[in-house]
Ligand binder design. Structure first.
Ligand code: UN1
Length: 500
């Protein structure tokens, strides 16, 4: 197996320059230090924002399809480095190899999407009420887009924002999670290669800032940053949202999820079990789309829960770089403690908990592997309404469909949701205005693992933002409404006569 140093070198990073810094990059696989990364000062953050602002002024004049060419080259370089970058994601975030590479595939997919989009930044033409007039919409770049990302998708979330922001004519300044600085530096190194191949990309088009809260605050408070796209906890969003709004900047928030799967009496239980297991224990329950709640009809509950226990018992836990494992470690001890606190609360609130204990502590004393937990709850108690970023599946039973829907919608978060059913009425009701209140609502598919082609994001405490596919690109542009008069008269709208 390649050493971390080999992987860094293959991605264009010099391991020798990643020593002597103040930020210790550690692998959750065994707790070992991977590098000592140099952090940026606030003054350096301001300089980076200024460079990005300058770059955006040049970039906005480059035709969008030509901007797409840069993103195409970046996608090509990502294809060539999928394996190594996927490995680095595994090393730094603890994902199993298949999921690390899957995350890089999301980057490649969004690049492809953005390249096509670079020829489709359409505005409308609108019928004017005045003779000899035409109305239309034009979309212009915003300037600088700030991206704040989380440890659990250390590269894909940045790429969703960056690929779209770039074809839309913006520059990007990125503050990655302090837990995953190396993957960010690797992305930047690969992007630099793309920019070199492209030839005349302005310097400063993509900037990475390594550091903590003060760096995030510099982005949040800078008037030069037109949009702050932030992914993380609802707590973080509550701080970022109002601060950016205070200066009338724009925000795009992707915050906590508390995603449920409803399983109806007609569901294919094999499919449901597979969807639930991937959603609940995949990425060790550390996706914002992870399945956290199962709302199951009483007639199939015993059968389904039994299948889940069986699947959980045989899911291999361990070193995510070893291709046979399905569940890697939690990111750190704080995450483990939060999981234990949630499980204790679940027990106090009448839950029957299986699993959840630490495993492999002898082999990995400085890492935090857990057996995924199932908590059968008497109802949707307080702990069930909170997002705990760990593999805990709360199971609740229901008797009638309206009750299941009310439970699905009865939490503060609104990211992803799913129903397993073969009953057309249930499926369509779930997707209707009176159904799921989430940004993502699926039928016979789990809550996680969305494709990049759709808009990604959620309602309520999830923050309301949409990234990635569909028309999410509009978040990275400003709309101008244009009215053009090609007549020889100056009629006023609303039929107003003014001094004639
Ligand atoms: C996240 O957890 O922040 O739908 C993003 C999914 C992935 C993205 C998750 N495509 O699970």
């Amino acid at each position: 197996m390649d050493t971390p140093q080999d992987i860094l070198r293959a991605l264009g990073l010099n391991p020798d320059s990643l020593t002597g810094g103040t930020l210790s990059a550690r692998s959750p696989i065994d707790g070992a230090e991977l590098a000592q990364v140099h952090e940026h000062t606030v003054a350096q953050a301001h300089s980076a924002i200024t460079r990005a602002r300058q770059a955006s002024l040049a970039w906005r004049d480059v035709p969008a399809p030509r901007r797409g060419e840069l993103v195409r080259l970046f996608g090509e370089i990502l294809r060539q480095h999928k394996r190594e970058l996927g490995r680095l994601v595994s090393l730094e975030a603890g994902k199993i190899v298949a999921e690390g590479e899957g995350e890089v595939q999301e980057m490649i997919d969004i690049c492809d999407f953005a390249v096509g989009l670079s020829r489709q930044l359409y505005g409308l033409t609108i019928a004017s009420e005045r003779p000899g007039h035409r109305m239309m919409e034009t979309w212009h770049p915003l300037g600088v887009v700030g991206v704040i990302s989380a440890f659990n998708f250390p590269v894909a979330v940045w790429s969703w924002n960056t690929a779209l922001a770039l074809v839309c004519g913006n520059a990007v300044v990125w503050k990655p999670s302090e837990k995953t600085p190396l993957t960010a530096l690797a992305c930047q190194a690969l992007f630099t290669q793309a920019a070199q191949r492209f030839g005349d990309a302005p310097a400063g088009l993509s900037e990475v800032l390594i550091g903590g809260r003060d760096i995030g605050e510099a982005l949040v408070d800078s008037h030069a940053v037109a949009l702050v796209s932030a992914t993380g906890s609802t707590r973080m969003g509550r701080q970022v949202g109002p601060r950016v709004a205070q200066r009338f900047g724009r925000v795009l928030l992707e915050l906590g999820g508390n995603n449920a799967i409803i399983v109806g009496p007609t569901a294919d239980l094999d499919m449901a079990a597979r969807g639930i297991v991937f959603g609940a224990i995949g990425t060790a329950g550390q996706r914002c789309t992870s399945t956290r709640r199962l709302i199951v009809h009483e007639s199939v509950a015993d059968d389904l829960v039994q299948r889940l226990h069986k699947a959980y018992a045989s899911a291999p836990i361990g070193n995510p770089l070893d291709g046979t494992k399905l569940v890697g470690p939690l990111i750190d001890r704080t995450s483990f403690d939060a999981m234990q606190a949630a499980l204790n609360a679940a027990r106090e609130q009448g839950g029957k908990v299986t699993g959840g204990e630490r495993v492999l502590a002898d082999e990995y004393p400085n890492a935090w592997y857990v057996r995924p937990a199932i908590a059968e709850m008497p109802g949707q108690t307080d702990v069930v309404c909170h997002e705990t970023f760990a593999p805990i599946l709360y199971v609740m039973r229901y008797t009638d469909f309206a009750q299941a829907l009310a439970m699905q919608n009865g939490v503060p978060q609104g990211l992803s949701s799913a129903i397993f059913t073969n009953d057309l009425r249930e499926a369509e009701t779930f997707l209707s205005a009176a159904g799921s209140d989430c940004g993502i609502a699926n039928v016979n598919i789990g809550t996680s693992g969305a494709e990049i082609g759709g808009a990604f994001g959620g309602e309520k405490e999830t923050g309301g933002g949409r990234e990635s596919g569909s028309d999410a690109w509009r978040n990275y542009m400003r709309r101008a409404t244009n009215t053009i008069n090609y007549s020889r008269h100056l009629p006023l709208a609303q039929g107003i006569k003014f001094g004639e």
